[in-house]
Design a protein around this ligand. Sequence first.
Ligand code: ADP
Ligand code: MG
Length: 773
Amino acid sequence: MLELKHIKKYYHVGDTITKALDDVSVSFRQQEFVAILGPSGSGKTTLLNMIGGLDRYDSGDLIIEGKSTKTFKDADWDAYRNNSIGFIFQSYNIIGHLSILDNVEMGMTLSGVPKAEKQQRAEDALTRVGLAEHMHKRPNQLSGGQMQRVAIARAIANDPEILLADEPTGALDSVTSEEIMQLIKDLSKERLVIMVTHNPSLAKEYADRIINFADGKIQDDSAPYDEHEADDHFTLKRTKMSFWTALKLSFTNIKTKKGRTFLTMFASSIGIISVAIVLALSTGFQTQIDKTEGETLAQYPITIARQGQDTSQQPEQQKGFSKSDRVTAKTSASDKAQHLNKIDQNYLNYLNGLDKKLAKNISYTYATGLNLVRDINGQYKPVKFSNSNPENTGADPSAMMATLGVGGSVYPVDRYGKQSYLKTNYKVLSGSYPTAATDVVLIVNRDNTLNINSLKNLGFKVKENQKYNYKDLVGQTIKVVANNDYYQQVPTGNFIPKTDYNDMANAKDTKTLKIAGVLRVKSKKSDGMLASGIAYSDRLSSAVIDQNQNSAIVNAQKNSDTNVMTNETLTSSSKKTVLAYLGGDKIPAAIQIYPNNFDDKDKILTYLKKYNKDKSKADKIIYTDLAGTVSSLTGGLMSAITYVLVAFAGISLVTSMIMIAIITYTSVLERTKEIGVLKALGARKKDITRVFDAETVILGVGAGILGVLIAWLATFPINLILENITGLANVSHLNPIHGVILIIISTILTVLGGHIPARMAAKKDAAIALRTE
Ligand code: ADP
Ligand code: MG
């Protein structure tokens, strides 16, 4: 059955060598009760550990059922302990945080016996040792004798061929000792039992064979046996602990020290809490900044007008009095700064190449006039989109054209064809957002006032403070008349507007505009770009230009250096203005670009500057950055602050990781005995690592969840305080994705921190582990 051949085991401590086993050769029968007697320190425990595969011999050979163990790997020894060996110790070595049943099942758990069978066999074993009634107690509710019975049940549950008992009655009173001996005697009927004892009378009373041991050598043997060389018919079933078993083991262990575990989790969650709060605040601030920036930029877009201001020109220096007796002609600094932007199709194409993501909205302001008529009490009359006082504009029509332009505001239409600008910045009070190019909207101030002139110019008879229901405004229509229907040429060759407005309204080329809705700015802080009054899209202007650019009046004006309506002489510049007013110019007078935020604005400006590279001074196109003058808290500063804070929070994260490592390490020290027991039952190194890894996983997940939960709860008081101080609501906002990521990070960090102590635990020598008290 079992044969030891010249087994030696020497311990080297410093210069002294302890010969724990000094050339031991002995054989055991398939079934017998062997008692090993000997003084303390004679090597009895070492011998048992050697036979049980808990310790390795230095030289010699251990032959199990004809198989040499010289070539055994760790896994073979683990399986051998699990399948063939049952250990009983003097100090019972019951795992305190597991139930009695779990303790007895542990060996079978390690070898993966199905649950039902495992439980049945454990119950049978407990019944066999006389504990049928105590099976559901906790280990600490048992007496010493009962504990040793549990240990015996655990040793025989897997039905091993060899039972090894190291002074099993050493800690028991004499009556209980007799009972335990009787039990072991019964068990020896079915297997080989090797028991170490220093009680010769017990040995004589119960054992079949007594071996006296001293100084690592067998002194005498009452029934020696010679093993006949048997064939190798030895097979092993490998052990393997599932991660779930490991988790369960750690979980029950953690449950026994709830308070400490909670404190550990809390302490390690502090890192997570700080990172989570920093993230929540910075996300919130970033959202606020983006919102404010977006609102600011909605009011102060980048503007490229025909008439640009070259801000790179130095302002005039203050000078002392001149001593000269003559005067010098000089261009003023402000005139020098004037720059005529030659906006052309080329430049428009360049703008189209601007990344759509940087600026969804670009609006083009055309100087084209709109020939508008509106039905006023059954009669069509000329009207206009303008906020200027109609009583003051009688004088000079061309001056009027130049100064007032067309009136009304132009709202940008998204470059994807959507109304994102209006939808982001304006709220519909009545009606709807515009959809067609012929939809116009009425913009009102925050207090729902509307410039009275805008209504007067549309032909409303209106008094100061008069109130309108939305339905009196929304749905109203206005007609845009084509030049050819609006103007007629008189015999002198001049063009004058016709007067039959009803005819105009019904002409084939006339378009019908509709007031789609009444809109109001959303922001509490900024007024938005659009003035109160009518706003229409640049798509309407371009449609009108397309219709009019080849009209009779435009063609006539193109070929004349005087104004075809007033006969006034025109300079090339004022001719341009008149032509543009009549719809003869497809190039916009001004372009507004609405960036999403300041970062995007900087990128857009870089793009605009790139156009001017290698261009002569006159050909450069100068933009006005209205928002540039508005002081801005940039996102850059915010992210810098965030980085610093996250770095600090990260330090606390690392601190908590180190703490987890320390805690796992103490847990390893505390559970040394348990590690030894698990190994005696056949657990592999991997399994031990798993048990501790599982523990850190539980701690890490727990700490992560706790940390995120606390951080989330903290956002409420933080928001309350911030709202009191800054007036900003809901600044702190923990992104759920950040929460999940933090839990994962916490788990990974704790597992990393705990893994090294876990590996140390796995490497612990089982024999030494079991010797520690
Ligand atoms: P017994 O069980 O008969 O009392 P042991 O087998 O425990 O004796 O010990 C035999 C000898 O080996 C003792 O002298 C003991 O000090 C020594 N010994 C046991 N384990 C170690 C170890 N890990 N390192 C050094 N010496 C050891
Ligand atoms: Mg001993």
